[in-house]
Design a protein around this ligand. Sequence first.
Ligand code: ADP
Ligand code: MG
Length: 327
Amino acid sequence: MSDSINENVIGEFELIKWIESQVQSSERMSLGIGDDCAIETGQPDQDLLTSTDLLVEDVHFKRQWCSFYDLGRKSAAVNLSDIAAMGGKPGSFYLALARPRDISDEQIKQLISGFIAELDGYGAVLAGGDTCSSKAGLIISVTAQGWIERDQAICRNGASVGDAIYVSGTLGDSALALRHLLAGEPCDARLAQRFHLPTPRVELGRALIDCHFATAMLDVSDGLLSDLGHILRASAVGAELTLERIPLSEPFRNAVDRDAGLIDLALCGGEDYELVFTSPLKDLERCDGPMALVTQIGIITEQPGMRIKTAAGEAFNCSSMGFDHFA
Ligand code: ADP
Ligand code: MG
């Protein structure tokens, strides 16, 4: 047993009982919350995907920025995004919480409810976790599992020279919202939504598997240039991007019209949770599903490194390369 939650609030075991009562039973789980381990029945001809993420108060989020319910949803969403980035189907998820004394029962329940609600939307289940007290801030650790057809996972090392580079949705919205939040400025609701409740592109990931479209893929969490850089290094190739092709939302475009330098946020800002992928194929039409979301932004080159050009053919330099926790 772990460091128990303080006595002023419901006990650790009472909270776990409550969590158990909130989770719908799933055919997939032979045993869910309540024992030392959960048991999930293995799936024939499938590979198991596993990923872990930490969300730390005052590093990844500030308590006053959003509701606990939305914080729970986002904690699930960013992990669903990792499963989507391999082309996987979300499966069982594990939620570990280190809870400071000044978070009420109601707040922690809101967080867990949001987490479960977000998972429900993608057919995933909360199958276990851990709960202890924290003397620092709130710490949320999520382990996500998912399934993918055997040997079909879309990894970072599959890009080849001549492949087109695609990205889903729009970039920079979340980073622009964060900039407003940090400055205590009002923020367009559409931008704020992208920061607080990113949409994991699970459906798109599955569609790309179904039509065998993508050769390499990842989700953009640290900024397009930084994350695309991972694909380039893993695949030993380079890339050329066209600045004007980077997909921007209307509120983001309006902001760039007022301050041209903000375009850097679309290239280097973080937390977009869009999918970037490469493909030798040009006809997105051949895929069913949410392909309308997708824009071609560049091409994989033999020359290593990354070059960004404007439509007029001039080189464009970005001010930074993305987010690095230890920088
Ligand atoms: P142990 O002492 O073996 O670690 P716990 O008392 O921590 O067991 O947990 C009991 C059960 O409750 C386990 O099945 C565990 O997965 C589950 N659990 C604990 N905390 C959480 C949580 N935050 N979310 C989901 N399940 C949880
Ligand atoms: Mg435990």
